[in-house]
Design a protein around this ligand. Structure first.
Ligand code: ADP
Ligand code: GN1
Ligand code: MG
Length: 378
């Protein structure tokens, strides 16, 4: 079995243990680390069947640091994918390609808990698709239609029946509080080196309350949302170029639609990676924002309220600020949450987010006008 994988999970026998918990239609021929996620560990599993077929699977270990109750997360996964499956079938779609399906263990369980008390799940690899880290404007708009459609499919899902897999996940006021606590604690001795970033947050404390306040006052509704709508959480059909399957459902739970819109803008309406060091390359692109807005509103098919439409630009600004604050908090805490490749990684990521926030502030009137332009036609 792959040394890389053995090294990654730190125990060569563990992989055999986990794979042994599942029944595959042939022999496992390889298992390799896969994807660019910051939290879970994902592995591509290749199988050879006696009939000469080569089915592939994604095996994932769920991070216990990020998700304190993986069994609740998996209950959400089963409930949401079953719901989506029914809707997709009713609309004449193919649920095997348009949502994730779970493969159960030999014992019939939804997930496997290994001898180190770590939780794993297995899903089929959705063949004929590609996952992208950056996209053309056409594909970016296709991702917007897919995320908007996801929102629309879940519009009548009873939000209060789902677990909160990470409590206060997009509670920006709580994120600000956690940042303040990290600053006071200064566990890694890094606070003295980041005066500019600390000031940046201080100047935007009021912004951290804009969405939470609208939620408290009943202006924005709580819905079932994805909460991690990065471009690389969509699978595109290789032939049609359409975003056909929304993946990474670990944070699908009650939330705000404006943050699903906003997180895609944060990640995709620019031309740089999330950890670009050269800030002159980090620029918000209003033209990409317009493409996404058009696609998203087409995908939502009119399910958003007028208040949600009005707050969409705020969703982008706030979620970008929030993630910058989260990266900075983790930097202060000594890099305990996000996977990092070098000591300054979280600070570099924070700076890209803050640069994008500043750009969005400068373009805010334009961002609002663009939403209004398409809001009337959706
Ligand atoms: P993470 O939480 O670590 O981001 P994801 O569920 O997004 O984990 O999976 C990581 C990557 O693995 C995705 O970006 C995608 O490239 C790929 N992937 C995940 N599930 C599938 C699947 N069922 N079919 C094909 N590719 C997948
Ligand atoms: C994490 O797991 P991944 O890479 O899809 C994080 C998101 C952040 C994102 C930033 C559970 O997502 O909230 O926006 O990194 N997920 C969790 O890239 O914290
Ligand atoms: Mg992902």
């Amino acid at each position: 079995m792959s040394d890389v994988l053995s090294g990654k999970i730190g125990d060569p026998g563990l992989l055999s243990e986990v794979l042994g918990a599942y029944s595959f239609p042939g022999s496992v021929i390889s298992a390799e680390p896969y994807g660019e996620g910051h939290i879970n560990d994902t592995f591509l599993i290749r199988v050879q069947s006696p009939e000469g077929k080569h089915p592939r699977y994604m095996l994932q270990r769920i991070s216990r640091e990020a998700f304190p109750h993986p069994e609740e997360l998996m209950a959400n996964f089963v409930a949401v994918t079953s719901f989506l499956r029914r809707k997709i079938m009713a609309q004449g779609g193919d649920p095997e390609r348009e949502t994730l399906s779970l493969i159960r263990t030999r014992g019939g369980a939804d997930f496997y808990t290994d001898s180190h008390d770590q939780v794993w799940r297995l899903v089929p690899f959705v063949e004929g698709t590609v996952c992208l880290q950056e996209a053309t404007p056409e594909l970016f708009e296709a991702s917007a239609r897919a995320f908007g459609h996801f929102q629309q499919l879940l519009t009548d899902y009873p939000a209060d029946t789902l677990y909160e897999t990470i409590p206060h996940f997009h509670d920006t006021e709580d994120r600000l509080e956690k940042f303040r606590a990290a600053l006071r604690g200064d566990a890694a001795g890094r606070a003295a080196g980041i005066p500019d970033e600390i000031r940046f947050v201080k100047e935007r404390e009021a912004d951290c309350s804009v969405a939470m306040d609208a939620l408290r006052r009943g202006i924005l509704p709580l819905r079932v949302t994805h909460n991690d709508t990065k471009l690389n959480n969509i699978l595109f059909d290789i032939k049609s170029g359409e975003g056909i399957c929304v993946i990474d459902l670990d944070t699908t739970m009650p939330g705000l639609s404006i943050f699903d819109f906003g997180d895609s803008i944060r990640f995709g309406a620019n031309h740089c990676r999330e950890d670009e060091k050269d800030l002159s390359k980090v620029n918000f692109d209003p033209a990409l924002y317009e493409r996404y807005t058009r696609g998203f509103l087409q995908g939502t098919g009119g399910c958003l309220t007028q208040a949600e439409l009005d707050y969409l630009p705020w969703g982008a600004r706030i979620i970008t600020l929030e993630l910058g604050i989260r990266f900075l908090t983790d930097y202060l805490n000594g890099d305990r949450y996000f996977r990092t490749a070098y000591p300054e990684h979280n600070l570099v990521r924070c700076r890209t987010q803050f640069k994008l926030v500043r750009d969005m502030e400068d373009h805010f009137a334009e961002m609002q006008a663009i939403v209004q332009k398409y809001a009337g036609t959706h």
